[in-house]
Write a protein that binds this ligand. Structure first.
Ligand SMILES: Cc1ncc(C[n+]2csc(CCOP(=O)(O)OP(=O)(O)O)c2C)c(N)n1
Ligand code: SF4
Ligand SMILES: [Mg+2]
Length: 351
C-alpha cells in the first residue's frame, strides 16, 4: 500500500514553471496516510513552494526519520534525492550529506516524536551547528504511527482520545530552536496554506538553520476536544504575529504597507523576502524578545504562528568549518589525497 505510484498522464495544458516543470512533476507516490491527516496538507504546501520557486527537483535532498510524518517524503518530490533514516536520526544523516555536497537544497522532515523524543539530541545539535537546511516538524502531539501515545510536545493538561490527562511539561521545539541559535524560526498550521507556503519558500532560500514547527492534527488519535493539537483548537487559538511575502529571485517588491510594519530582507539565494508584522509589539529580529513573547502568549493558551525570528546575516556550518567551496563529492583524488609532502607541511604547521 505504501508504494502506490501515481499515473504519469496529466492534462497537456498544465502550467509549466520557469524550469519547465508542471506542479505534478513535484508530486510523489499516492499518500497512504489517513484521510484528513494534516501531514498531507504539508506535503501539498512543499510541492507548491518548490514549484513556485522553480527549483529543479534533482537539486533537492529530502531526509526524514520514522513516523507517519517521516513517511511523507515519499508523497512529494518523487524526482528528488531521498533518505528515510532511522527514528530520530535524520539530523545527523542530513548533516553528513550536507557536508559532502553543499550544492543541494536540504529538506529535513520529521515528527514531534522523531525530533522531540528520541531525536531531541540530534535536533539540538543540528540547530546549534547552523546546518543549512529547511527542517520541518509535522507536530501532532502524538506518536501517530504507533497508535497515539502522547509525544514530548503534548501540552500539560491535554487529554488523549481515551481521556487520559498528560501531566508532563511539553518540549517546545520553537523555544529550543531559538535558544540553540537557529537563524530562521517559524510556527505554522497545516490548515493555513496561505501562511505555510511562503514560510517554506523562505526556509528553502535561507542561508543557515531554518526551522518550521507545523501544528498538523492527527485525525485518528488527537483531534478530539481536550487536545491542544486538534483542528478546532488551533483555529480558535491561532495568533499570527507576521505574514511573509516571498518574491522570486530578482523580482521587485511593489506592494505598499504602512511604514514601520514591514521588514524587507534579501535571503541567501537572492530572493527578496518581505515580512509584514501583524502585531506592532512583536520584534522578529530580537531572538530573546521573541522567546519571551512566545512564552507569555503560550501561557494564555494561544498558538503564536508566523515567522517568529529571522537573522538575514545567517552563516552556516560550512563557513564555520572553512570547507572547500567545491562539494567534497566532486573533489578528485589529487585534491583529496595531496601526498606525503603536503601532509608533512600540515603536520609541521601544527607543531
Ligand atoms: C528506534 C525506534 N524506536 C521506536 C520506534 C517505534 N516508533 C515508530 S514511529 C514512532 C513515533 C512517531 O511519532 P512522530 O515522530 O510524532 O510521527 P507521527 O507518526 O506522529 O507523524 C515510534 C515510537 C522505532 N521505529 N524505532
Ligand atoms: S495516524 Fe494520525 S498522523 Fe498517522 S496518518 Fe493517521 S491521522 Fe496522520
Ligand atoms: Mg507525531
Amino acid at each position: 500500500m505504501t508504494y502506490l505510484a501515481k499515473p504519469r498522464l496529466h492534462h497537456p495544458t498544465l502550467t509549466h514553471n520557469k524550469v519547465g516543470y508542471t506542479r505534478r512533476d513535484y508530486e510523489g507516490r499516492i499518500s497512504t496516510l489517513c484521510a484528513g491527516c494534516g501531514h498531507d496538507s504539508i506535503s501539498a504546501a512543499i510541492i507548491q513552494a518548490c514549484w513556485e520557486l522553480d527549483i529543479e527537483p534533482h537539486r533537492v535532498a529530502k531526509l526524514s526519520g520514522i513516523g507517519c510524518s517521516s513517511k511523507t517524503p515519499d508523497y512529494f518530490l518523487g524526482a528528488s534525492h531521498g533518505f528515510n533514516t532511522v527514528h530520530g536520526r535524520m539530523p545527523s544523516v542530513l548533516t553528513g550529506a550536507n557536508l559532502a555536497n553543499r550544492d543541494l537544497l536540504y529538506l529535513g522532515v520529521s515528527g514531534d516524536g522523531d525530533s522531540a523524543s528520541i531525536g531531541l539530541g540530534q535536533f539540538a545539535n543540528a540547530m546549534r551547528r547552523g546546518v543549512r537546511m529547511a527542517y520541518i516538524v509535522e507536530n501532532n502531539g502524538v506518536y501517530g504511527l504507533t497508535k497515539g501515545q502522547f509525544s514530548a510536545t503534548a501540552d500539560r493538561g491535554s487529554r488523549s482520545k481515551k481521556g487520559v490527562v498528560n501531566n508532563d511539561s511539553p518540549v517546545d521545539l520553537v523555544g529550543l530552536a531559538l535558544q540553540l541559535g537557529a537563524t530562521y524560526v517559524a510556527r505554522s498550521f497545516s490548515g493555513d496554506k496561505e501562511q505555510l507556503v511562503p514560510l517554506i519558500k523562505g526556509a528553502l532560500g535561507h542561508g543557515g538553520a531554518a526551522f518550521i514547527d507545523v501544528i498538523s492534527p492527527c485525525v485518528t488519535f488527537n483531534n478530539h476536544s481536550g487536545s491542544t493539537k486538534s483542528y478546532d483548537y488551533v483555529r480558535q487559538h491561532n495568533e499570527a504575529v507576521s505574514r511573509i511575502d516571498f518574491m522570486p529571485r530578482h523580482s521587485e517588491i511593489t506592494a505598499q504597507y504602512a511604514p514601520g510594519e514591514v521588514i524587507d530582507v534579501q535571503q541567501h539565494d537572492g530572493s527578496p523576502l518581505r515580512l509584514r508584522k501583524l502585531h506592532t509589539d512583536y520584534d522578529p529580529t530580537d531572538r530573546y524578545a521573541a522567546l519571551s513573547y512566545m512564552n507569555a502568549h503560550q501561557a494564555r493558551g494561544e498558538v503564536v504562528t508566523g515567522l517568529l525570528y529571522l537573522d538575514p546575516q545567517a552563516t552556516d556550518l560550512h563557513l564555520s568549518l572553512n570547507t572547500s567551496n567545491t562539494p567534497l563529492n566532486s573533489l578528485g583524488p589529487a585534491q583529496l589525497c595531496p601526498g606525503s609532502k603536503a601532509l608533512e607541511k600540515l603536520n609541521a604547521s601544527l607543531r
